[in-house]
Design a protein around this ligand. Structure first.
Ligand code: ATP
Ligand code: MG
Length: 649
């Protein structure tokens, strides 16, 4: 194999069409999907232009749909809209006015529900308060909060004024907050006194205080009282949220903003290195997340939709806040950990709120599998009608567990592939239209034109892996890296002219389905055969004793690279016998080429704070190298230290 192609060794032929019952109620049938896809492909500007007119509120109509000067896009040029208006005000003249917008549960069990009208009022008051602090269109606000409704309120209040928000995940360190404050030149930090995680108090304000000592551009800090832990307040700089809104006007009209007004900056999760400040703008992003939410989740007005992501990640931006609220959905928001007070918290929540759609991450699913079925069996999950995954590839056997155990073999699963950079879902089954295959994100959404290319930019043949690119601009595409056009061009647009480089590998099968094969940098090269990480991992996870696996290449004198794997178990005893058994299992499943030379058992794998396996660090460990590079996004440093100890002993 040459030219950057990747061999595929995985055999996965199972096909799951949606049930007749699901199809009978779907908004988008197979025929409708084909029709939409073809229409978008034939004339993308007409397609998006018509949708933008009917789906968003315009203070001033736009002229040109797309102005494309690679790599810089402008969508809906000359128009004026407002994302906060599209999420809130548009519903106030409809019966959705009194519908639940946010249904929230705190980790200690406290509950709140905000209707669209109530949410609108809270957003207006907080926006007035921010305006009172002197914030205006173009200023940057860092938001560092627990998963409370005020996090969404703060985002929407910023959007109302044209203040650019930069949400920093509430588990990050002072150093990480300061870096992001400085990179974005933030003027204000919005935070809380504290938050709850696994029963423990997180002293958020104390962390912010430390960050602010190194953040010269930040003049004000607003503190929402969540935990009651009475942090010190610095007079002149720090303000209590409740005091500010007490006197703030509830009358705060949404600012008409140019389509390309920056809406937010979001730093990527950092699986591959230093996080990048991804820039998204208003109209195109808003339209894309609204439509993709409706298409992918086949949303119905009576549904309760639960996305378990944190608003600190793009998934929370697009599918807790902007997508669902634009669509008038009822969104469930949960503050805490999935295993608090016990490992059945998610199933308990689904049962009590009668959740209809669950959107979660493969890392959570693997944890549920490891914790055992008894936690699921206690609960009535019959309200669920649709399941989704996001963030990493899902191994087919984990998919099967999700399908059988949570979906009771009747809920379709939407495996959604996308990135912080893409703003919204790019590839996913539309659940009433496309039969699913475990481990495949299936097909592109209307208006998305993927291609799988080799090093010279030629399409690879079906069933061969290559670089996944997007070959036509789409409305929610990133508009750049904050303050760094050159790095933007370099990273995404310099390798293959005319194509956005995703950094992932993929292959397309005979039915035209896409299979993500992992990151370009993670390919394992064994004797000239280029193997995909996820295929080796999936083979291991299909063994009944394996909970999760990470595969990396390590230098090998004979083969160039050898396969090294890190495995966590759901049962059995680590040792040489099990190693041999797993090697035999991989050989049987995907062939001798992929058989790991090294197998290391471990209690946990190093992950980013959003739960993604950090193969980059594992590669260094497997090679016996000193760890280099940025580890600030690592969730659990102890996991890494432990792995290194195991290696040394
Ligand atoms: P960084 O770019 O800093 O390394 P990151 O890529 O982990 O961080 P995100 O934008 O959160 O940051 O993640 C997007 C990546 O997650 C995708 O490029 C892909 O590698 C992976 N991913 C997301 N969804 C899926 C999916 N459904 N199947 C396979 N991989 C997925
Ligand atoms: Mg990335």
């Amino acid at each position: 194999m040459s030219g950057g192609q990747i061999d595929t060794v995985m055999q996965e032929d199972r096909l799951f069409p949606p049930t007749a019952e699901f199809v009978s109620k779907t908004h988008i049938t197979a025929a409708k999907y084909d029709e939409l896809y073809e229409r978008a492909q034939a004339d993308p500007e007409k397609f998006w232009g018509e949708l933008a007119k009917s789906e968003l509120h315009w203070f001033k109509p736009f002229g040109k749909v797309l102005q494309w000067n690679e790599p810089f896009a402008k969508w809906f040029v000359g128009g004026q809209t407002n994302a906060s208006y599209n999420c809130l005000d548009v519903h106030l003249a409809t019966p959705r006015r009194n519908k639940a917008a946010l249904i929230w549960e705190g980790e200690p069990g406290d509950q709140r529900t905000l209707t669209y009208q109530q949410l609108h009022r809270e957003v207006c008051r907080f926006a007035s308060a921010l305006a009172g602090l002197g914030l205006k269109t173009g200023d940057v606000a860092t938001i560092y909060m627990p998963m409370v409704p005020e996090l969404a309120i703060a985002m929407l209040a910023c959007a109302r004024l044209g203040v650019v928000h930069s949400v920093v995940f509430g588990g990050f360190s002072a150093e990480a907050i300061a870096d992001r404050n400085n990179d974005a030149q933030a003027k204000v930090v919005i935070t809380a006194d504290g938050g709850w995680r696994r029963g423990k108090l997180l002293e958020l304000k104390a962390t912010v205080d430390e960050a602010l000592a190194k953040s010269p551009t930040v003049k004000n800090c607003v503190v929402y009282k969540r935990a009651g832990n009475n942090p010190p307040m610095k007079s002149g700089r720090d303000h209590w949220w409740h005091e500010l809104v007490e006197t703030a006007s509830a009358n705060c009209p949404a600012q008409p903003l140019d389509s390309e007004t920056p809406l937010f900056i979001l730093y990527t999760s950092g699986s591959t290195g230093k996080p990048k400040g991804i820039k998204h703008t208003t109209a195109g992003y808003n339209l894309f997340v609204k439509k993709t939410f409706q298409w992918v989740f086949d949303y119905r007005d009576e549904d309760i939709f639960w996305c378990t992501a944190d608003c600190g990640w793009v998934t929370g931006h697009s599918y807790i806040v902007y997508g669902p609220l634009s669509a008038g959905a009822s969104v469930l928001m949960y503050e805490g950990a999935p295993n608090w007070p016990k490992e059945d918290r998610f199933w308990d929540i689904i049962e009590r709120y009668r959740v209809n759609i669950l959107y979660t991450a493969p890392t959570a699913i693997r944890a549920f599998i490891k914790w055992g079925d008894q936690h699921v069996d206690k609960h009535d999950l019959s309200s669920l009608r649709l399941l989704g995954t996001v963030g990493e590839g899902i191994n087919p056997e984990a998919w099967m567990w999700y399908h059988r155990k949570i979906g009771r073999e009747k809920c379709p699963i939407v495996d959604t592939w996308w990135q912080t950079e893409t703003g919204g879902i790019m590839m996913s089954p539309l659940p009433g239209a496309i039969a699913t295959k475990p481990g495949s994100c299936t097909k592109p959404l209307p208006g998305v034109i993927p291609s799988v290319l080799d090093e010279s930019g030629r399409p690879v043949q079906r069933n061969n892996g290559g670089m996944l690119c997007i070959s036509q601009p789409w409305p929610a595409m990133l508009r750049g890296l904050w303050g760094d056009d050159e790095r933007y061009r370099q990273q995404y647009w310099s390798k293959l002219k005319g194509h956005y480089l995703t950094g992932d590998n993929a292959r397309q099968d005979d039915d035209g389905y896409y299979w993500i094969m992992g990151r370009i940098d993670d390919v394992i090269n064994v004797s000239g055969h280029r193997l995909s990480t996820i295929e080796v991992e999936s083979a291991l996870v299909s063994h009944p004793l394996v909970a999760e696996a990470a595969a990396v290449g390590r230098p090998d004198e004979l083969k160039g690279q050898a396969v090294a794997v890190f495995v966590t178990l759901r049962g059995g005893t680590p040792g040489d016998a099990l190693k041999r058994e797993l090697q035999a299992h991989v050989k049987k499943e995907i062939g001798s080429l992929a058989v790991p030379d090294d197998i290391r058992f471990t209690a946990t794998l190093p992950k980013t704070r959003s739960g993604k396996i950090m193969r980059r660090l594992l590669r260094d460990i497997a090679a016996g190298k000193e760890l280099v590079g940025d580890t600030s996004t690592l969730e659990d440093y102890a996991a890494l230290a432990k792995l290194r100890e195991e290696e040394e002993s």
